[in-house]
Design a protein around this ligand. Structure first.
Ligand code: ADP
Ligand code: MG
Length: 249
């Protein structure tokens, strides 16, 4: 694949729920290696947008191409296998396993929990897990049970579990909702570090956080792209002030 080839090319996407258009002729493109932040008021269609990319929702019209491949009619599982990983808002980690065991399990999706607990990981797996622990900044907590982690640490662990599956594109929905300022900054630093080697879409409400990580921002409104640009450009766009920033004041 060429470096500047789009990783994602979406055209004229429409999703109707009982006649209501959650997405309306949405067109969106993103180059490989980009970190893109998507903002927009509640109900703008942000989560539905991710649902279409991951195959959870089938659009009525439009096309979604990932690395040149058409994703329509593919199952969620098949799309995940093509290299798209999704982080949901609430962490989905195994609370009774340690941080290390959670990562080991994520590295070996075919292994079951018992094999992870009682088997011996290969040296390659161990190195991979050590690298992930370092990336997510949880080396010191590797042998703690995940239920002892703070909410922010759980978010970072789940991001690590996602990265363990080596996706090319990471989709992250509101990763800092409910986090402290310090935890928000840690998650931001982690996403910036991952952006060195992954394409990432982050959906977020927290404007401070968006400012911390954003390069290119896409604003969704009523199921379509309202505008795109740097955070400064977007913030100063009168349409955005009206529909989004204005509505928060
Ligand atoms: P956002 O994530 O930007 O807040 P959503 O994508 O969740 O927005 O929702 C967009 C719109 O579509 C909302 O008005 C929501 O109520 C509606 N919607 C989303 N999912 C469904 C569904 N499964 N059935 C009916 N309406 C839905
Ligand atoms: Mg949402």
């Amino acid at each position: 694949m060429l470096a500047n080839e789009p990783i994602l090319a979406i055209e004229n996407l429409t999703v109707s729920f009982d006649g209501f258009k959650a997405l309306n002729q949405l067109t969106f493109g993103m180059a490989a290696g980009e970190l893109r932040v998507i903002i927009g008021p509640n109900g703008a269609g942000k989560t539905t947008f991710l649902d279409v990319i991951t195959g959870k929702v089938q659009p009525q019209t439009g096309s979604v191409r990932f690395q040149g491949r058409d994703l329509r009619q593919r199952s969620e599982h098949a799309i995940a296998r093509l290299g798209i990983g999704r982080k949901f808002q609430t962490p989905r980690v195994y609370l009774n396993l340690t941080v290390r065991e959670n990562l080991d399990l994520a590295c070996n999706p075919r292994k079951n929990v018992f094999a992870t607990l009682f088997g011996r990981p290969s040296s390659g797996d161990k190195r991979h897990v050590v690298g992930l622990l370092e990336t997510i900044g949880l080396e010191a907590k590797a042998d703690l049970s995940a239920n002892l982690l703070s909410h922010g640490e759980k978010q970072r662990l789940e991001i690590g579990m996602l990265v363990a599956q080596s996706p090319d594109l990471l989709l992250v929905d509101e990763p800092v909702a409910g986090l402290t300022d310090e935890e928000t900054e840690n998650v931001g630093a982690l996403l910036l570090a991952l952006a060195e080697s992954h394409s990432i879409i982050v959906i977020e409400h927290d404007m401070e956080f968006v400012r911390q990580i954003a390069r290119q921002v896409t604003v969704l409104h009523q199921g379509s792209v309202l505008c795109e640009g740097t955070m400064d450009e977007v913030q100063n766009d009168p349409r955005v002030i009206e529909v989004y920033l204005g509505s928060e004041q």
